[in-house]
Design a protein around this ligand. Structure first.
Ligand code: BYC
Length: 359
């Protein structure tokens, strides 16, 4: 029986056992406990009762986040074989591998909500779940590795640091580790670009050209404007999100401008200027038609990204099957009374991460 069904049965019966006897717990009481936990900014844990809509929203967001990490390996992975030095190749390999790790933490968090990694991956491949729009843009030069590190990981940090305090425990705890690694990613991107800015005119032009291409897609990572964001209000009420899309976008703009000045590049927006009254930088409205078109599957690389993920998933099927067969054999060996195997024939438990052997 799945966890969701267990919870449903429990709620239907409205019964809970306490040490002093059997008392009735109504759905209203469970809802009140949930609301109190949210109000107190405590964590909701997988074993706790939660409204089905809360569970559904979390699965949607955590799955989308996990898919983004895994699909996000592709644009930078594209440059591993062509990194300009052994040092740069080692850095890039480690960075892309970190993103796989982030995906795995997040799929594990989704599993605690009753959604398996298989089910979520199949939904992604079938186009039933989303991933971040940013990864549907191509990486046209090695410089883009630096720009992704600086701007894309920078935007991810802005969005994910508040998620460390999200109301669902496993998601928040996964974010703490992810954010530490993302900070390192951002610095390596900035360092790569800074090295190029100290190089030739041609290298400086490459950095500026790359920044011009990634600036607007990076701003779109924060999602649609607040007045066009159907999920924000409810997610804020539940403490899943603690800031709106526009608040985080503004924070990112404010944070990025001094960094661009230090680097010696500009952003492609003539309306970018400090607003004394607001205490923030003003900036132009992103092209939201382009955003929705990319989200709906019409970006430059949507088809390529999903086709690549599907190929890796299909080609990895034998690895998953072998891991399952090994797990079954190990379980049998670990139960000598049932199988007659000698004690100690347990073998080690198989890794569950084998599906990511090919991206
Ligand atoms: N792209 O009501 P809204 C990384 C969808 S990877 C695509 O505002 P919400 C990295 C949204 O899902 C880190 N779709 O939604 C990896 C919704 O559609 P559905 C990626 C988007 O959830 C490798 C609809 O638009 N980070 O760092 O309240 C290398 C309406 O939106 C996007 C995360 O995943 C988008 N940009 O807020 C380098 C962060 N934006 O689901 C780096 C976690 C919106 O109703 N996620 N949509 O069909 C979030 O914080 C929130 O989900 C969002 C959207 C702010 C993105």
């Amino acid at each position: 029986m799945g966890y969701a069904t267990l919870v449903e049965n429990f709620t239907e019966q409205m019964v809970s056992k306490w040490s002093d006897g059997v008392v009735m717990t109504t759905e209203a009481q469970l809802e009140a406990q949930f609301a109190d936990t949210i109000e107190a900014k405590d964590r909701i844990e997988p074993r706790d009762w939660m409204p089905e809509a809360y569970r559904k929203t979390l699965i949607r967001q955590v799955a989308q986040h996990a898919h983004s990490e895994i699909i996000g390996m592709q644009p930078e992975g594209n440059w591993i074989t062509r990194a300009p030095s052994l040092r740069r190749k080692a850095i890039l390999l480690a960075k892309v591998q970190d993103e796989a790790g982030h995906g795995l933490y997040l799929y594990s968090a989704a599993e605690t909500l009753g959604a398996s990694r298989n089910e979520l991956t199949e939904k992604l491949i079938a186009g039933k779940q989303k991933y971040s729009s940013i990864f549907n843009y191509p990486t046209l030069s090695y410089t883009d590795v630096g720009t992704i590190g600086w701007l894309v990981d920078g935007a991810a940090i802005c969005n994910q640091v508040p998620l460390c305090r999200t109301s669902f425990g496993p998601y928040g705890r996964a974010m703490i580790r992810v954010c530490k690694e993302e900070s390192f990613h951002q610095r390596q991107g900035f360092e790569l670009l800074m090295t190029m800015m100290r190089g030739t005119d041609e290298q400086r032009e490459m950095v500026q050209e790359s920044v011009n291409r990634f600036w607007w897609p990076a701003l779109m990572m924060f999602g649609p404007p607040d007045d066009d964001s159907p999920n924000t209000a409810q997610s804020m009420e539940w403490g899943i999100k603690t800031h709106t899309n526009d608040e985080l976008r503004q924070k990112f703009v404010d944070m990025s401008i001094p960094q661009a000045e230090a680097l010696g590049v500009t952003f492609p927006d003539e309306n970018l200027k400090w607003n004394e009254e607001r205490g923030h930088y003003d900036f132009s409205t992103p092209d939201w038609d382009e955003f929705w078109s990319v989200v709906k599957g019409n970006g430059p690389c949507n088809d390529q990204r999903i086709a690549h993920r599907k190929r890796a998933w299909d080609e990895g099927a034998w690895v998953r099957e072998a891991a399952l067969a090994f797990a079954e054999q190990s379980a049998e060996a670990a139960a000598p009374a049932q199988t007659g195997s000698a004690p100690g024939q347990t073998g080690s438990s198989p890794a569950t991460t084998t599906e990511e052997t090919a991206k």
